[in-house]
Design a protein around this ligand. Structure first.
Ligand SMILES: CNc1nc2c(CCNCC3CCCC3)c3nc(N)[nH]c(=O)c3cc2[nH]1
Length: 376
């Protein structure tokens, strides 16, 4: 995997670059649609590629391991062959999902024992087997097995959790470096910075993670309920320590305003379930602001969803029609809203990239942050 930095903003830490993987090039800053169980909910691969212009999508070790399981994914020749997405894929390691999904879980030094949220069966994830699982799923970028430190938490808990994540990272690197890709293309391991909202722990974790010298670095333990100011403070502190010649991935972030702010702080990669999850209950992000399509006010609005955005669904379908579909729980409603929101998120980061290259990102960001956050 290669990262080329092409432009740096003069008035912020924003930068534009490109990540080259064996499944294609990713232009940064980038938003990565979440495809938890091997599919971006309600969206076809062709729509992801042609309409949304997605460049990389996410999968999830926890979900894919439990269902459909590694046998069929391995038989297919990896997730790209199984789901038909031939671009880059990143898989999260399952640490966060066990913490947020499976009711009963026990975190021990060796790993995490949990009960499947699907059938109650018991499983154990360790740094080693999570590397083997992600090798078999075959994502181009795989994440280290970490503990996403819950928020809020005591300083001592945050420190112990961070230190365990560092020990687990050491075990991940050993296992990853002594195993091969199964499908003939290269895979890359990203470590994850923790440290909760404590500046000294964040500094310590960023320095420890940077010392591993991996080809990209992630920031975890944020967007877990902390105030946005805390998210920005920790992100800024960590970005100043992580090497500038490697991509920086801020996990689980965020709203359009969060993304613009964190691009300015030096983040290159983002993922969030918001555009797809909120779409299904009618929250639309548009170039003019946020539309809650379920609201009475859109009942007779026959204008296109978002004529400025371009793209098929946002210009072909009206607000009144989409409101009707969402209210009637028509499957087409989820499809249109999901494609629209993802198109918006990719448009937003694409615009950020263009303004970084043009040299007026800081001014553009201030104006755009206000626009995208206003409620219509
Ligand atoms: C929403 N906020 C948030 N998400 C976090 C996530 C998940 C990021 N999204 C992954 C995709 C979702 C399904 C498919 C993959 C985190 N993941 C890890 N491993 N560690 C975190 O500290 C971590 C922290 C996170 N904070």
């Amino acid at each position: 995997m290669k990262f080329d930095l092409s432009h740096k903003d003069s008035k912020s830490s924003a930068r534009a670059g490109s990540i080259t993987t064996d499944h294609g090039v990713i232009q940064t800053p980038i938003f990565m649609p979440v495809g938890t169980a091997g599919s971006v909910k309600a969206v076809h691969q062709r729509e992801l590629k042609d309409d949304i212009k997605a460049q990389i999508i996410l999968g999830n070790t926890y979900h894919l391991y439990l269902r459909p399981g590694l046998d069929i994914i391995g038989e297919a020749g990896g997730l790209h062959k199984f789901n038909g997405w031939d671009g880059p894929i990143l898989t999260d390691s399952g640490g966060y999902q066990v913490y947020s999904l499976s009711g009963t879980r026990k975190i021990k030094e060796d790993g995490v024992t949990f009960m499947s949220h699907i059938d109650g069966s018991r499983h154990t994830f360790t740094p080693e087997n999570v590397m083997d699982i992600q090798r078999r799923i075959g994502a181009d970028i795989i994440m280290a097995f970490d503990e996403c430190t819950p928020y809020p938490c005591e300083y001592t808990y945050a420190r112990e959790s961070m230190e365990m994540t560092h020990r687990w990272l050491d075990r991940c690197c050993k296992r990853f470096d002594e195993t091969e890709s199964l499908y003939g293309y290269q895979q890359t391991l990203f470590p994850i910075v923790q440290g909760s909202v404590y500046p000294d722990l964040r500094k310590q974790s960023a320095e420890a993670i940077a010392a591993f010298g991996r080809e990209g670095n992630a920031i975890g333990g944020l967007s877990v309920g902390e105030p946005a100011e805390k998210m920005y403070e920790m992100t800024s502190l960590v970005c100043d320590i992580l090497p500038s010649d490697k991509p920086r991935y801020l996990m689980g972030v965020g709203t359009p305003a969060n993304i613009l702010e964190c691009i300015a702080l030096g983040i290159d990669m983002f993922d969030c379930v918001m555009p797809t999850r909120n779409a299904r209950n009618g929250m639309l992000f548009t170039t003019q602001g946020i539309i809650n399509i379920r609201n009475e006010k859109w009942k007779n609005d026959l204008n296109p969803i978002d004529p400025e955005l371009g793209g098929y669904v946002s210009t072909f379908y009206s607000r009144a029609y989409l409101r009707h579909l969402i209210h009637s729980k028509e499957i087409l409603g989820a499809q249109i809203a999901s494609i629209h929101n993802l198109t918006f998120y990719l448009w937003l980061v694409g615009q950020a990239r263009e303004h970084i290259i043009a040299g007026d990102f800081a001014i553009w960001k201030e104006k755009m942050t206000k626009t995208v956050s206003q409620r219509l």
